[in-house]
Design a protein around this ligand. Structure first.
Ligand SMILES: [Zn+2]
Length: 71
């Protein structure tokens, strides 16, 4: 299920996925106005860093790859 939220110039989509650290279902807001992105965000459940690789086409997430980052 996708929730689209319009915030001024940003188009954010809530993406649900399994955290590669704690295996819990978590969600993050993805800016779908950016076609290709690679960034690091902490898991909302276990607070471990996750590297997010994401590709967007026509306002849809076509590729999403969360990778665990060791500390
Ligand atoms: Zn986690």
């Amino acid at each position: 299920m996708l929730t689209v939220i319009l915030l001024e110039h940003f188009k954010m989509v809530e993406k649900f996925f399994i955290c590669p650290h704690c295996w819990q279902n978590i969600s993050m807001l993805i800016d779908i106005s950016v076609e290709k992105q690679l960034y690091i965000e902490d898991c909302e459940n276990c607070c471990n860093p996750i590297e997010i690789e994401c590709e967007v086409k026509s306002n849809e997430i076509t590729y999403f790859n969360p990778q665990p980052i060791g500390q």
